[in-house]
Ligand binder design. Structure first.
Ligand code: UDX
Ligand code: UDX
Ligand code: ADP
Length: 466
């Protein structure tokens, strides 16, 4: 069977870019991305491509090419479901904030709503593809809802987790290390559905990179791939503290370790801590599942990755305070960067939020600048913490559109995100306008410490003896 119409429920960081590339590479397939958030859909349809809801290098060009031809963004969810022969579920699965598994388990209510909606609307057979990251065995729940509440049509469920990283989404989609498709590999209908999805990707992905597995392996691989990646960051971050205490240099250690091809050189950049919508959520989920299955040691093992990450954020904030004579009360501090990594406007779980919270608890006055994150987003992130009133946040935090203005008259600058432009700033000019001694806390090790010290700055970097 060849797919003719695809519907994707959820026009977010995963659904939007993924469908844009699928549409661009499959001109014969009509792809409709739907969302209940009308503002988001309007932004995807905006004439001005600078207003797309998601910033990703190269994305606007792809949208420009395909939009209106075979790529559509709409709020008409029922219609798009009804017309499609393949439906991707790409809605958010945040960590539960209530009830059993609060703070650990994935909240599947959005997924269940989608399943019920698909079941209610569908009058012909559909292939339903899990794109969102889901706990292992979610497909079972999906199948049960679809089969028990539907109109007697046949549903085939596939798991096709997305491995793109934000900031490099377009390139990751165009050149994936692998595409993973899990399905009912033991039955003819399952195999047909898997082949239909393989064909969609085969338009541009070499066949040997398209892996097919049973559905549980596929679901679990996504969670554990993220856990392995996060573990590398926590491992190098743990070493960074050891480096600071011993005089070893984390970059030199990372290079030496990474040169071993069994280890590999990527993802060994020490930082103020990992963020993003996936790592913490997926590990918490893995820990929760392991504990539910009675696997206490497995749960404890993975949980330590989160403990280390929380510690890294916390010790960075504490280092700032202790370096500034144990008080930042009333001091102005500039935070450069708010996104959880460069080249994205996404701030979910960004280390900057937690460092800011600790500094605010010490009564610092923050000046925030990020090249792509909007003011309202920064205030929302602080509000979500629930640590202090919105009014207090607004009084203590100023948000700037100009990095030089943000750094004027401050006692310290903290680099929270590794935006390339931070390296290129006129640091002499920044120094001249700062309070003295002028402190720089480089949470991403992107600045040239020797150059800054020659100007007169006191510089702290992760993983360097100070
Ligand atoms: C190790 C280091 O690899 C080597 O660089 C260092 O110089 C000395 O210590 P060694 O202990 O000889 O070498 O063997 P290694 O191949 O690393 O295996 C260590 C253990 O891990 C073995 O028991 C091996 O069976 C086990 N192992 C290794 C696994 O169980 N799975 C793997 O994927 C790899
Ligand atoms: C991750 C996975 O990489 C991707 O495969 C999955 O689909 C979604 O989750 P993402 O969260 O977008 O992607 O970004 P990633 O590049 O993995 O970075 C996550 C966090 O780790 C960022 O805060 C980043 O700054 C941090 N990081 C990454 C480090 O601190 N050091 C590193 O060496 C690498
Ligand atoms: P991700 O990073 O996983 O893509 P996002 O939060 O960026 O997560 O995107 C998920 C999108 O899914 C949001 O825009 C949200 O409005 C949408 N969504 C959630 N539930 C539904 C639903 N039942 N129907 C349509 N869209 C939904």
């Amino acid at each position: 069977m060849r797919v003719k119409r695809i519907c994707c429920i959820g026009a977010g960081y995963v659904g939007g870019p993924t469908m844009a590339i699928i549409a661009q590479k499959n001109p014969s397939i009509a792809v409709t991305v739907v969302d209940i958030n009308a503002n988001r859909i309007a932004a995807w349809n905006d004439e001005n491509l600078d207003n797309l809801p998601i910033y990703e290098p190269g994305l606007s060009e792809v949208v420009k090419e395909a939009r209106g031809k075979n790529l559509f963004f709409s709020t008409a969810v029922d219609q798009a479901i009804e017309e499609a022969d393949m439906i991707f579920i790409s809605v958010n699965t945040p960590t539960k904030t209530y009830g059993v598994g609060k703070g650990m388990a994935a909240d599947l209510k959005f997924i269940e709503l989608c399943a019920r909606q698909i079941a209610r609307v569908s009058k012909s057979n559909k292939i339903v593809v899990e794109k969102s990251t889901l706990p292992v065995r979610t497909a079972e729940a999906l199948k049960s809802i679809l089969d028990n509440t539907g109109n007697g049509v046949n549903f085939q469920i596939l798991s096709n987790p997305e491995f793109l990283a934000e900031g490099t989404a377009v390139n990751d989609l165009l050149n994936p290390d692998r595409v993973l498709i899990g399905g009912d590999i033991d039955h003819e209908k399952g195999k047909e559905a898997m082949q239909a999805l393989v064909d969609v990707y085969a338009s541009w992905v070499p066949k040997e990179r398209i892996l097919t597995t049973n559905i549980w392996s596929s679901e679990l691989s996504k969670l554990t791939a993220n856990a392995f990646l996060a573990q590398r960051v926590s491992s190098i971050n743990a070493l960074s503290e050891l480096c600071e205490a011993t005089g070893a240099d984390d970059n030199e250690v990372a290079k030496a370790i990474g040169a071993d091809s069994r280890i590999g050189s990527k993802f060994l950049q020490a930082s103020v801590g990992f963020g993003g919508s996936c790592f913490q959520k997926d590990i918490l989920n893995l820990v929760y599942i392991s504990r539910s299955l009675g696997l206490a040691e497995v749960a404890d093992y993975w949980e330590q990755v989160i403990t280390m990450n929380d510690h890294q954020k916390d010790r960075f904030a504490k280092k700032m305070v202790s370096t500034m004579y144990n008080t930042v009360s009333g001091k102005q501090i500039a935070l450069l960067g708010w996104a959880f990594k460069k080249d994205t406007n996404d701030t979910r779980e960004s280390a900057a939020i937690y460092v800011a919270d600790e500094l605010l608890a010490e009564q610092a006055q923050l000046h925030v600048f990020d090249p792509k994150v909007q003011k309202q987003q920064i205030l929302n992130d602080l509000k979500t913490l629930n640590t202090r009133s919105e009014e207090e946040n607004a009084n203590l935090v100023s948000i700037y559109n100009d990095p030089f203005k943000a750094c004027e008259d401050v006692h310290a600058i903290a680099v929270m995100t590794e935006w390339d432009e931070f390296r290129e700033y006129d640091w002499q000019k920044i120094y001249d306008q700062m309070m003295k001694p002028a402190f720089v806390f480089d949470g991403r090790n992107i600045l040239d410490a020797k150059k800054l010290e020659a100007i007169g700055f006191s510089v702290f970097q992760i993983g360097k003896a100070n």
